[in-house]
Design a protein. Structure first.
Length: 322
């Protein structure tokens, strides 16, 4: 990969976010010039402070719903709020980010003849009626619910990517990302891993929605970034979509109990009503990822949680702003 992947100018939209900052870091470590584009709505300068000043790194504050005129070899399109708290805050803007953002980045890729990767999501499967989810499953999505701005926005972005591929011969890659966690998650993003860890470290009640029987599959961020980089490096004949995530399936209640155990917290679990359109099952089938990327995650949930807990513990002890 190193030889194939040397000395490129790479654009990462959403580069100051949770996933984007880790991706920028890895790309720079491989010797690439990285342009990080972010409007800092959910991203944070804190995530990329250690990269500022590096001659191979540049930060540009920009909203992808507006066109961008730069010269790059590859584009990782990660820009979009990814947690319910953030994407439901301004659902119209969320849809615009997915759809207009995709159009603008695809237009840029077409103009400069760049390869482009779309960070799609397991949410395109909705509340699935197939388990585990395979890439040929079309999904079971509510088009008018409170999560639709994200789910349908990402589905439309996939449509645009494949239409640009068919119509303009654009070199595309589409990754369907399942639940990912790790250092640099936003402490107030409403996702279960960050929620549970912050609540446990503060000794607060751990909030579980419904009976906690819904399942998720949690992938550690380092494993996820490796998958995205391998996908970008595949031949032009492979476009995806391809599932990237961890096939280990856990109930939300099991996750809460594991976080309490690893933090040594005295927190107790409390139950709240289940939000609308919350999917009951989520587990990736990784057959395609293993075959095409030679990839599968290697970080056990307990190990990844320990690293994530250490990050949040340090952040809370320094009283850094959210």
């Amino acid at each position: 990969m190193a030889n194939e992947y040397s000395n490129k100018r790479i654009l990462v939209t959403g580069g100051a976010g949770f996933l984007g900052s880790h991706l920028c870091e890895r790309l720079i470590a491989q010797g690439h010039d990285v342009l990080c584009v972010d409007n800092l709505f959910t991203g944070s300068r804190d995530n990329i402070l250690h990269l500022i000043g590096n001659p191979r790194f540049e930060l540009m504050r920009h909203d992808v719903t507006f066109p961008l005129y730069v010269e790059v070899d590859e584009i990782f399109n990660l820009a979009c709020p990814a947690s319910p708290v953030h994407y439901q805050y301004d659902p119209v803007q969320t849809t615009k980010t997915s759809v207009h953002g995709a159009i603008n980045m695809l237009g840029l890729a077409k103009r400069v003849k760049a390869k482009i990767l779309q960070a799609s999501t397991s949410e395109v499967y909705g509340d699935p009626q197939v388990h585990p989810q395979t890439e040929d499953y079309w999904g079971h999505v509510n088009p008018i619910g409170i999560r639709s701005c994200y789910d349908e926005g990402k589905r439309c972005a996939e449509t645009l990517f494949f239409d640009y591929h068919r119509q303009h011969k654009l070199r595309i890659k589409v990754a369907r990302i399942f639940n990912t966690y790790g250092p640099r998650m936003h402490p107030n993003d409403g996702r279960v891993v960050s929620n549970f860890i912050v609540q446990a470290l503060k000794g607060q009640d751990i909030t579980v929605y419904g009976k906690g029987e819904q399942t998720r599959s949690f992938c550690y961020v380092d494993d996820l970034i490796e998958a995205l980089m391998r996908l970008m490096n595949t031949g032009d004949d492979f476009t995806g979509p391809v599932n990237v995530g961890n096939p280990g399936e856990f109930t939300i209640l099991q996750l809460a109990e594991k976080v309490i155990e690893l933090t040594g917290s005295s927190s107790r679990v409390v139950f709240r009503p289940l939000p609308g359109d919350d999917p009951m099952q989520r587990q990736p089938d990784l057959t395609l990822a293993r075959a095409k990327l030679g990839w599968e995650p290697t970080t056990a949930l307990a190990d990844g949680l320990k690293r994530t807990i250490a990050y949040f513990d340090s952040r809370l002890s320094k009283s850094l702003p959210a």
